[in-house]
Write a protein that binds this ligand. Structure first.
Ligand SMILES: [Zn+2]
Length: 170
């Protein structure tokens, strides 16, 4: 149903997450705040999508202001996933983890796969996507369905298409 990364998250944090994953569009700003993470929309170099650092004991996500809003949402979720899964990696460098447009950071690929899977769980909670798909579209995936779901969850059409294609695997 959900990724193994999601299952790895400890209970008190999972309870916070679960509260946010029951409504769309998932309120990422509030979620980050409740997890103790700040978000700053920043001017970043072209080719950089986002970064998470620890500064003065506080976690901060920067997201590139020049990218589309849907893209920024996925980036925030990706950085939050690093926060939830890879704190020691963030803490080990003053630059934390900095992701390029392919969500590659120079860290091992495994770390990026994990962050992408958990990010998808956060912005497109499977149970909620399936519920809307069943209740409002009779479970039928068409171009129009994908577009409508993408708009509701405020993600790109491409991201929603990938998400829906994983139904067969879960
Ligand atoms: Zn990353």
């Amino acid at each position: 149903m959900t990724s193994r990364e999601y299952k790895r998250i400890q209970d008190p944090t999972k309870e916070i997450l679960n509260r946010y994953l029951s409504e769309y569009p998932v309120r990422l700003g509030h979620l980050a705040k409740e997890l103790g993470v700040s978000i700053k929309v920043s001017s970043m170099s072209t080719g950089v999508s986002g970064q998470i650092t620890r500064e003065d004991g506080h976690y901060l996500i920067r997201v590139n202001r020049h990218e589309a809003r849907e893209r920024q949402r996925f980036t925030i979720a990706h950085e939050l996933a690093h926060f939830l899964l890879h704190k020691s990696v963030i803490d080990s460098s003053p630059d934390g983890i900095k992701d390029n447009v392919l969500y590659r950071s120079g860290e091992p690929e495994r770390i990026e796969y994990e962050a992408n899977r958990l990010a998808a769980d956060i912005v497109m909670p499977m149970a909620l996507v399936q519920k809307v798909l069943q209740e409002e579209f009779d479970g039928v995936v068409t171009e129009a369905t994908i577009e409508s779901l993408a708009a509701r969850f405020q993600v790109s059409k491409a991201a929603m298409e990938i998400r829906l294609s994983t139904f067969a695997e879960v």
